[in-house]
Ligand binder design. Structure first.
Ligand SMILES: Nc1nc2c(c(=O)[nH]1)N[C@H]1C(S)=C(S)[C@@H](COP(=O)(O)O)O[C@H]1N2
Ligand SMILES: [Mo]
Length: 338
């Protein structure tokens, strides 16, 4: 029997023209151009054959709601964070939005299609734990209250690839002030959404869902700690962690947790997702340091996305030592770098 296979170029135009799916469309076309490898990755992600993978992708695109925060972007770039540094050009947006880590949608890089199933409205953010008064805020009210700006940051994944992207968002310190933590609060525990029906990776029960990350309050108040709500002058694409994710560029990428629903202020250090899964390889602090290897590979160099096989040296605190090294004075005995 000859099955009709829905190819990317046959997608109905209404499925792909809205502003909010721009990145996804580019990623999809790029993915198809790359050929059968991508299709089999989609099949691995849970579809029984290539045709159904394609049809699923088309359906997902057709049902993607436009992002209601589009009118807020682009925002003004903060001149203090104007670029990625010498010889660190901004990463091609097609790459940054199609080569992702987001285990909620699959434990491989090609999750951008599957992530379109993420429901970004209604979305609320809860601030609770050791605070004056717990609060739950609607994301659009939060975006209206926060001082939005753009910052170009480097991101260094623990797997040794890296990128340079313009994030839009607001300093995490602004959210901490809004939360009014008590003096007993020493850490912030950040929790990602839980929705296994739409995020199929969350059905993989061997992972300790939901994804948890944490920072000390001092780290959260550091000027570099940023909540990103957009990228490349547009609202955050789902695959990059819509509607809000963390950006802490001096730490390995896994600390920059996506699609956050809850910030809990606590006196106890939270255990993060990767730490829970594999403590010997992933610690709590996870600051970038080229001289401290991962349990299974060197961290001395990295591969910038879009640079082919070129490798460049990795820098202490990913090049942000001047801003953050002071946070760790007196903590030399701790496991700061893995
Ligand atoms: N909730 C959640 N956040 C996450 C991840 C994840 O799997 N789930 N992956 C992390 C890792 S390992 C990296 S490198 C970055 C990747 O962000 P990007 O896809 O926007 O490049 O997101 C981090 N945040
Ligand atoms: Mo990562």
């Amino acid at each position: 029997m000859l099955l009709k296979r829905l190819k990317g170029w046959e997608l109905p135009e209404r499925a792909v023209t809205s502003e909010s799916v721009f990145h996804n469309r580019r990623a999809l076309l790029k993915g198809l151009a790359a050929g059968p490898m991508i299709l089999s990755a989609a099949a691995l992600a849970g579809c029984s054959d290539e045709a159904s993978a394609e049809a699923d992708a088309a359906k997902q695109l057709a049902s993607v709601e436009p992002d209601p925060s589009s009118h807020l972007y682009p925002v003004k770039r903060n001149p203090a964070f104007a670029d990625g540094g010498p010889d660190r050009p901004i990463t091609d947006p097609d790459l940054a939005t199609s080569y992702n880590n987001f285990y909620e949608f699959g434990s491989h890089k090609n999750i951008s299609r599957a992530a379109q199933a993420l429901k970004i409205r209604p979305w609320t953010v809860t601030l609770d734990g050791e605070v004056a008064q717990p609060k739950t805020i609607d994301i659009d009210d939060l975006l209206d209250q926060m001082p939005l700006e753009e910052r170009v940051y480097r991101l260094r994944c623990v797997e040794a690839w890296s990128m340079v992207v313009p994030w839009s968002g607001f300093p995490l310190s602004a959210l901490v002030k809004l939360a009014e933590p008590l003096s007993s609060a020493k850490y912030i525990r950040m929790e990602t959404f839980m929705d296994p029906d739409n995020a199929k990776g969350q059905k993989q029960h061997w992972y300790p869902w939901p994804y948890i990350e944490g920072l000390s309050i001092e780290e959260a108040m550091n000027d570099l700690a940023f909540i990103a709500t957009g990228i490349y002058g547009k609202p955050m694409p789902r695959q990059n962690g819509a509607p809000l994710r963390l950006a802490v560029p001096w730490k390995y990428g896994f600390k920059s947790t996506k699609s956050i629903v809850r910030f809990t202020f606590t006196s106890e250090r939270p255990v993060s997702f990767w730490e829970e899964l594999q403590k010997s390889e992933y610690g709590f602090w996870a600051n970038v340091n080229p001289e401290v290897p991962h349990a299974r590979w060197s961290q001395a160099s990295e591969r910038p996305l879009g640079g082919g096989n070129e490798r460049i040296p990795t820098l202490l605190y990913n090049g942000y030592a001047e801003q953050v090294a002071g946070l760790y004075k007196g903590m030399e005995g701790e496991r700061l770098f893995t």
